[in-house]
Design a binder for this molecule. Structure first.
Ligand code: ATP
Ligand code: MG
Length: 422
């Protein structure tokens, strides 16, 4: 057997104790914010039938063509995929459990997503998202509310210089008209298309607009615009979204080339971007997906949602210099001897009953070496219990940041500590 040290799978990160303080702070902040808007948490499995993502995201997309971790279940031959995003699973769950039966739903989820991409800063193979889906809402108010709520979150997180891009993808008819015009346009410039674009010319020409290839920027810049094909309803919807954003002083840019990497969107799409993370500048993206619920087999219902990338947001938060100091320990309990150990355990459990953070020394050692650990632990107090204390049902309470130590009866300890620890 090889004794080489085993490593994590490439592109999949361990998040270590020195980093998790920031993650926990972030997750608490986001949860509070979601609750302030009445969204409710939903949790879906990490594994789904591969067919779900093919049907929901679209066969001719980066995710389905090349980014999914898919495999066959060796027990029954099922084709399974580690979820690359949450919307498909969330909609599947809502339909399976009939959540839309008599009321629309505001839902949120969080957790790891898996995409087989080239790992680099801000792009990983296991990464995390918070996702928000409003299922059963047709009006522009919910699209706008989701954008307004994002703006509030950036403020809460202390993130500045992110900008908002919006676009509309219209409805079925305008998309069809636009698609025909796009194909005709790109056919005229076939030589200028790269391999990806050639492949997508007839299967998914809209996605050509999303190209990151610098050589094609001018070509796509001059392509026919969906905006020019919009039906009156879709145009009114888009204008209503913009009006609400203006009422809330939210600056935005209309980017006619914003089409998003997934097929299920229609009407409003939006992305929040920053220039501070290189090519990985999109921190949050979403839009309306009125066709998806029916596409997955449910009774047709409109919907709108977005997802944000936790790693990218945390990179911004860190760049802005935020530090989240670890929660300090209140008490470190030092003890020696059999009777002392029994009292030390009882003491630690009692203090925890009272809500204190208590580290009970484990592993023995001299008083001196235990006190060294207590000093280094960051705790405010050491509680010292030896034979004398055990015999008297008392402890020695020693402030670790200056002050006199004193003997305290076990019965008074809880009260005493609560008075001194704020
Ligand atoms: P990109 O264009 O950067 O590949 P995307 O359009 O594929 O993004 P979405 O599917 O919209 O991304 O996912 C929403 C958010 O999740 C993104 O805006 C980004 O912040 C984050 N995200 C997507 N893929 C990754 C990844 N591989 N690693 C880290 N974060 C990611
Ligand atoms: Mg991508």
């Amino acid at each position: 057997m090889s004794n080489e040290t085993l490593q994590a799978v490439k592109g999949m990160n361990d998040i270590l104790p020195d980093e998790t303080g920031l993650w926990l702070w972030f997750e608490d902040t986001v949860r509070e914010w979601l609750e302030a808007y009445g969204y409710r948490n939903i949790r879906m499995p990490l594994l789904e039938q591969t067919g779900l993502f093919k049907r929901a995201i679209g066969e001719v997309t980066d995710i389905v063509e090349k980014e999914m971790y898919s495999f066959e279940d060796s027990l029954n031959g099922d084709q399974l995929t580690l979820r690359p995003e949450g919307t498909a699973s969330c909609v599947r769950a809502a339909l399976q459990h009939n959540l839309l039966y008599n009321a629309p739903q505001r839902l949120w989820y969080t957790g790891p997503m898996f995409r087989h991409e080239r790992p680099q800063k801000g792009r990983y193979r296991q990464f995390h998202q918070f996702g928000v889906e409003a299922l059963g809402f047709a009006g522009p108010d919910i699209d706008a509310e989701q954008i307004v709520m994002c703006a509030r979150l950036w403020k809460k997180l202390g993130i500045s210089d992110v900008s908002l891009q919006i676009n509309t993808l219209g409805d079925t008819d305008s998309r069809q008209r636009h698609r025909d015009k796009l194909i005709a346009y790109f056919e005229q410039h076939k030589d200028a298309l790269d391999a990806d674009a050639q492949r997508r010319l007839y299967s998914n020409p809209l996605r050509i607009l999303d190209t990151k290839n610098p050589a094609m920027q001018e070509l796509v810049g001059n392509a026919p615009r969906l905006m020019d094909e919009l039906e009156a309803d879709a145009l009114a919807h888009f204008e209503a979204v913009q009006a609400i954003l203006r009422q809330h002083d939210i600056a935005f840019e209309i980017n006619p080339r914003l089409v998003r990497g997934l097929d299920y969107y229609n009407r409003t799409v939006f992305e929040w971007v920053t220039t501070r993370l290189g090519a990985q500048g999109t921190i949050c993206a979403g839009g309306r997906f009125d066709g998806l619920i029916a596409q997955i087999g449910g009774k047709s219902a409109p919907a709108c949602g977005f997802a944000m990338g936790v790693e990218r947001l945390l990179a911004l938060v860190l760049e802005d210099g935020r530090q989240v100091p670890p929660e300090p320990l209140d008490v470190y309990v030092v003890h020696q001897g059999e009777a002392a150990q029994v009292l030390a355990w009882r003491c630690a459990e009692t203090l925890r009953d009272g809500g204190l953070r208590v580290l009970l020394h484990c592993g023995g050692g001299s008083f001196k070496s235990q006190m060294k650990k207590a000093d280094g632990s960051g705790a405010q107090y050491a509680i010292i219990i030896g034979d004398d204390e055990a015999a008297a049902n008392a402890v020695t309470l020693k402030p670790l940041r200056g002050g006199e130590q004193q003997r305290v009866d076990m019965r008074d300890l809880q009260q005493k500590l609560h008075e001194s620890i704020k």
